[in-house]
Ligand binder design. Structure first.
Ligand SMILES: Cc1cc2nc3c(=O)[nH]c(=O)nc-3n(C[C@H](O)[C@H](O)[C@H](O)COP(=O)(O)O)c2cc1C
Length: 245
C-alpha cells in the first residue's frame, strides 16, 4: 500500500496542461472509480458535468475566473451537489422528500468532496494532474443556467484535469501537531506552531521554482477571511431549494 501513500504525499495542483484530450473510456473509468467512495446514508448526492462543448468550456473558464486552465486541460468537469435524483427516488414511492435542510446541505457537500477526491486520486494514479476550481462559485447562477442545472442541484466546484506541462514542488502542510489533537482540543499550541509554520511557508514561497513571493500562511488566511467571501451564495442556494431549514 505504500504506493498509495507515496501518491497522496506527492499531490500538487496542476494549472497548465499539454492540451491532449482525455479519452472517453478513461473519463468513464475514473468516474466509476470515484463512485466507489463512501457515501452518507448511501445517498450518492453528486452529479458531474463533463464539459466537452468548446463554447461552454470557455464560458465556464470565464465565469470561474480560471480561463487559462480550461484552455489547456484534457478534460473539464463541474461537480454538483444533487438532490434531484433523490427527489425522483422519493416520488417513486409517493414521497416528497425534505431535501431543503441544513443537514442535507452538509451531507451533499461531504458526498461531493469525498467522491471528487476519489476521482483525483485515481486521475493522479493514471499520471494526470488536476486542479479544483472553487471559482465556479463566483457566478453560480450563470453556471447553473449554462448547464441547465435544475432545482436541488448546485455547482460546488469545477475541476480541470490533464497531462501536466510541469509539476510544482509539493506545498508544505501545517505541522501534524496543529491538526492532530489527542482526547481534548488544544487551541493554546497554535501560537508557537503557527509561528513555525509561517517560517516554513516563507522559505517555501521564497525558494520555489516559480511564482516566488514574500508571503506566509497566517497573513494569507487573515486576508482571505477578513471579509465574507461570495456573499451571493446564501441567496443562490435558496434559489436552488436549499434554505438551510
Ligand atoms: C475545493 C477547492 C477549490 C479550489 N479552487 C481553486 C481555484 O479556484 N483556483 C485555483 O487555482 N486553485 C484552486 N484550488 C487549489 C488550491 O489552491 C490548492 O489545493 C492549495 O493551494 C494547495 O496546493 P496543492 O494542491 O498544490 O498542494 C482549490 C482547491 C480546493 C480543494
Amino acid at each position: 500500500m505504500s504506493g498509495v501513500k507515496d501518491l497522496l504525499r506527492s499531490h500538487t495542483s496542476v494549472r497548465k496542461y499539454t492540451g491532449e484530450a482525455i479519452p472517453k473510456e478513461t473519463v468513464v473509468d475514473l468516474i466509476q472509480t470515484a463512485q466507489m467512495a463512501a457515501s452518507s446514508h448511501f445517498v450518492q448526492a453528486y452529479s458531474v458535468i463533463w464539459v466537452t462543448d468548446e463554447e461552454k468550456k470557455q464560458k465556464l473558464g470565464e465565469l470561474s475566473n480560471n480561463e487559462f486552465q480550461f484552455k489547456t486541460a484534457g478534460a473539464s468537469f463541474l461537480f454538483c451537489v444533487d438532490f434531484k435524483r433523490l427527489q425522483a427516488a422519493g416520488q417513486k414511492h409517493g414521497v416528497d422528500i425534505a431535501a431543503d435542510s441544513a443537514e442535507n446541505l452538509l451531507v451533499g457537500v461531504a458526498d461531493v468532496g469525498i467522491f471528487a477526491q476519489n476521482f483525483v486520486v485515481a486521475a493522479e494514479d493514471a499520471g494526470y494532474g488536476i486542479c479544483y476550481i472553487g471559482g465556479a462559485r463566483n457566478n453560480p447562477k450563470e453556471i447553473s443556467e449554462l448547464f441547465n442545472l435544475p432545482d436541488y442541484v448546485f455547482p460546488l466546484f469545477a475541476m480541470t484535469i490533464g497531462t501536466p506541462t510541469k509539476r510544482n514542488e509539493t506545498k508544505p502542510r501545517l505541522p501534524v501537531e496543529a491538526v492532530l489533537h489527542e482526547n481534548n482540543y488544544d487551541a493554546e499550541k497554535y501560537e508557537t506552531l503557527l509561528d513555525a509554520y509561517d517560517a516554513t511557508m516563507e522559505d517555501y514561497y521564497a525558494s520555489r521554482s516559480s511564482n516566488q513571493k514574500m508571503a506566509n500562511w497566517t497573513k494569507q488566511m487573515a486576508d482571505y477571511l477578513v471579509d465574507q467571501n461570495r456573499p451571493h451564495i446564501k441567496e443562490f442556494l435558496a434559489s436552488k431549494g436549499f434554505n438551510w431549514k
